[in-house]
Design a protein around this ligand. Sequence first.
Ligand SMILES: [Fe+2]
Length: 258
Amino acid sequence: MKILFIGDIFASAGRRIVADHLQDIRQSQQIDLAIANAENAAGGFGITPTIAEELFAMGLDVLTSGNHIWDKKEIYDYLARRAALLRPANYPMAPGSGVVVVTARNGVRCAVINLQGRTYMPSTECPFRKADRILDSLDSEVKVRFVDFHAEITSEKMAMGWYLDGRVSAVIGTHTHIPTADTRILPGGTAYQTDVGMTGPYDSVIGVQKEIILQRFLTALPVRMEPASNQVELHSVILEIDEGGKAIAVKRHTVQGD
Ligand SMILES: [Fe+2]
């Protein structure tokens, strides 16, 4: 089966390129399950119920998130009732869930797991031990297991890849908005990439207008973040997973906006 995972959808520019290209990717690449990280979908900060429904209607099956999931207050109730929107599983007391089992279009049941790193991130439960507990709790018949590891530093992400190698189908990183060139399959059969990269405006500093971020670095004064809008790119990975849940292929798939 084939899984598409789209990296951090940033603001309206990110949503637009997904709307423009998702159906074409689903059809041309014969995608059975489409997942995206959407924590920055609302103006670059958080996601609203309306925007989540808009993304599901485009053809995304599961949305993952990260530290910005809490930015819009109206998402708290929605998280509790909409299982296909995940928040990181290792927040100790929070609405919603960090794991969901869904049935892909080919009829295969798949687990999608969302975890968050702890280095330069909020202080959450240990994502490694949380992953152990989640994997122990899953139905053993659910062989296809996808992990979005939302974390800042490359070493923590790579460590998670090795920790889960052979136990999940894929560990793909999000959060930095910078795609990395280390896409590969680890020896145990787990597809890995440190960061899939942002789906949004690359004429920016990680999505925000570059002049604003430069001002912040030059003055250390607070600034009002505004999303950029130019050089929009969609960054994703396409995974091919066998019946036993092992990755047999992984490739980066990038689309340049108009
Ligand atoms: Fe993040």
